[in-house]
Ligand binder design. Structure first.
Ligand SMILES: CC(=O)SCCNC(=O)CCNC(=O)[C@H](O)C(C)(C)COP(=O)(O)OP(=O)(O)OC[C@H]1O[C@@H](n2cnc3c(N)ncnc32)[C@H](O)[C@@H]1OP(=O)(O)O
Ligand SMILES: CC(C)C(=O)C(=O)O
Length: 625
């Protein structure tokens, strides 16, 4: 066969269809549709290994649990498994809740209809579903040139036959069942609308709906056109079918062009009452419409779907286990990446979004950069929202530290820490787990067990008795400063040394003490923060310090950071300073600093006498060690 140069010439293109008075584009979806779940029929018939009875029961129980009230449970004439499963549901007391209706399907073949009716004997509530393809393509190719009239006659005869076996049956047990009837002109979206309507009117006349409307299920058996065309077809059908009030218009879209969700939404705007589909879009070929997406899309329209996906992970694991088809990571809502950001600018915006949201009232509308919905609504935490790799920025790492250590790290530190994270992701060339990000943070800014500078004990007092002049020049407070007197013992590379200094705060007095030891640092940035929920016993203080080493020539080295966390806010600041200083000492000075410090003459520590005039005394807590 010669190769076609342009495959587009192989296809017919859109069929001309005019709907001059179309209304659906101006409509919105105002309520959830009637849902029909067909995982156990259309979903099941498309599996490489169809479900056995036990698996079908597990699936059925899940569907009931999450709230489906109409479930197509089987094609009873197709297999003994489906027949027996239907019988099991009917015969097991309490298995089918009172408000759940079982639906079963059969083609327009008398033998198969009869078998289907047998499967339903004694059921409480049933939708008997018959299908017959109506398009020119199917009538000519599949049904051997069956005419429109012959097709209509077959549909009417089969409907009458179903009627005789169900609501018109002489058997009181059969008549006791609450029967509904559904007819599907299969391949509806490829069938002339006038003909579909003529055939459905004839079927309606044959069934004579009374208590329940007759369900006309109008499938895009194969999705052939853009979603607006399907919506036009549904609007036309709704407007032209007779006795519309006796008809429930149902949708059954397939996803061949990837537009099933859009088609279903537009078709609901066009007047449809009901939607048939499968969880996560299982079904023949590219699947039926995804009922999870359709339902959860309703939330973002301010409508409750009436189906409970608040524990979507459980739904996913059950469905994956039964169908052996994994839910794609990028699947709307259910996919593990559905509300997850790797890229830096997205993470920054999301972090800011959550911080802004914290300040709002609980019931404020969800307005969040990059996140269309709240992952908590489907039972997922915010933890997986931000994930860190080499595409991430400062906001992502900062988010993880906020989530795991409860530290809302300052913007300047975010920028510094982000470089450490970036280096690491580029070295390992993969995503970092939150624990790895936390470890990088702790290693960089917290006290290490082998820290070269450790505060052994200290006391601070405010007093006016200490003469500034008596202290070495580096340890003195500057002019006009409120003076705090800091006395303590510091271990430098394990050698304990008494220190003493004055400053306007505990931190600056310790800075002055360090100056006396030859470690001259200036504080560039200092911030304190409460950690934990206010008003609880768990509140701690966090302090962030950025400082630079000042060399003998007076120039500043690259700044370093330290973070201190402590029950006591003063101590948090001191710890932060020492952590930063340790970094200076280790990373900037290296051996020279070690030498400088070690060669200074120092005494073995002696107890510090605190005068009785002490105003503030803070004992060093043991977790400093
Ligand atoms: C679009 C849909 O998804 S519709 C649902 C389809 N689901 C399934 O087919 C799953 C279960 N099906 C089955 O188990 C089998 O196909 C059965 C039991 C229904 C029928 O099996 P068989 O008797 O072996 O027939 P087979 O499936 O090979 O062929 C279908 C026959 O039914 C005819 N047919 C197909 N659809 C219909 C229909 N809706 N109404 C009446 N006849 C139909 C075909 O034209 C064909 O007839 P032919 O043999 O005279 O050419
Ligand atoms: C029989 C109908 C409902 C169907 O499954 C389809 O058209 O896809």
């Amino acid at each position: 066969m010669p190769m076609l140069k342009d495959p587009s010439r192989k296809y017919r293109g859109p069929k001309p269809f005019r709907l001059p008075d179309r209304e659906w584009p101006d409509k919105t979806i105002a309520k959830a549709p009637r849902w029909l779940n067909t995982d156990l029929r259309d979903g099941n018939q498309s599996l490489a290994n169809p479900l056995d009875g036990e698996q079908k029961l597990r699936f059925f129980n899940l569907l009931v649990e999450i709230g489906y009230k109409e479930i197509e449970v089987s094609f009873p004439a197709a297999s003994q498994i489906d027949f027996d499963f239907t019988r099991h549901l009917i015969e097991t007391p309490g298995q089918v809740p009172e408000d759940v209706v079982l639906q079963v399907i059969s083609p327009c073949r008398m033998d198969l209809i009869k078998r289907t009716a047998q499967a339903l004997y004694g059921a409480k509530k049933v939708i008997f579903h018959l299908y017959l393809a109506t398009s020119e393509c199917f009538r000519r190719i599949v049904f051997n040139n069956m005419t429109e009239d012959e097709t209509l006659t077959l549909a009417v005869e089969c409907t009458k036959y179903v009627r005789s076996l169900t609501k018109d049956s002489p058997d009181p047990v059969v008549r006791a069942t609450e029967w509904q009837y559904q007819f599907t002109p299969e391949t509806f979206s490829d069938t002339s609308l006038e003909y579909s309507i003529k055939l459905c009117n004839a079927v309606k006349e044959a069934w004579e709906p009374t208590t329940h409307p007759i369900i006309f299920n109008l499938p895009a058996t194969v999705e052939l056109s853009t979603p607006n065309v399907y919506a036009d077809q549904i609007e036309y059908f709704c407007k032209h079918i007779s006795e519309r009030e006796k008809v429930c218009v149902s949708l059954h879209p397939h996803n061949d062009r990837g537009c099933a969700v859009a088609a279903s939404e537009l078709a609901q705007m066009a007047g449809a009452d009901r939607v048939e589909g499968c969880l996560f879009g299982n079904g023949e070929r590219t699947g039926n419409v995804d009922l999870v997406t359709l339902a959860l899309n309703l939330y973002t329209q301010g409508i409750s779907p009436g189906i409970d996906f608040s524990d979507i992970s459980k739904v996913i694991s059950t469905v994956e286990d039964l169908t052996k088809i994994p839910v794609h990571p990028r699947q709307p809502y259910g996919g593990q990446f559905a509300v997850c950001a790797f890229s830096g600018s997205h993470q920054d915006a999301i972090k800011k979004g959550f911080q802004a949201r914290k300040k709002l009232a609980h019931d404020d509308h969800w307005v969040m950069p990059y996140l269309p919905f709240d992952s908590q609504d489907i039972g997922r935490t915010y933890e997986a929202v931000i994930r860190v790799n080499s595409q991430s920025g400062k906001g992502g790492a900062a988010w993880i530290i906020l989530q795991h250590l409860n530290l809302d790290i300052p913007h300047r530190l975010q920028q510094r820490f982000s470089k450490i994270v970036q280096n690491h992701t580029e070295t390992v060339n993969r995503e970092l787990q939150p624990a790895e990000v936390v470890k990088l943070f702790e290693d960089a800014y917290f006290q290490k067990p082998d820290s070269p500078i450790r505060l052994v004990s200290y006391r601070i007092r405010t007093d006016s008795t200490t003469s500034n002049e008596k202290l070495p020049i580096t340890n003195r407070a500057t002019e006009g400063q409120k003076r705090l007197h800091f006395e303590g013992i510091i271990a430098l590379n394990g050698v304990e040394t008494p220190i003493e200094g004055v400053g306007e705060s505990a931190v600056s007095s310790l800075v002055n003490c360090l100056g006396g030891l030859g470690v001259d640092v200036t504080i560039n940035y200092f911030k304190e923060q409460a950690v934990g929920s206010e008003g609880t016993n768990n509140t701690k203080a966090a302090a962030y310090i950025e400082c630079s080493l000042v060399t003998k020539k007076g120039s500043k080295r690259e700044p370093v950071w330290g973070v201190g966390i402590h029950e006591d806010v003063v101590q948090a600041g001191l710890v932060a300073l020492l952590n930063a200083t340790s970094s200076v000492y280790e990373s900037q000075l290296g051996n020279t600093a070690r030498l400088n410090l070690i060669t200074r003459p120092r005494r073995k520590s002696s107890p510090i006498k605190v005068p009785s005039t002490t105003v503030t005394v803070l004992e060093l807590c043991s977790d400093m060690d």
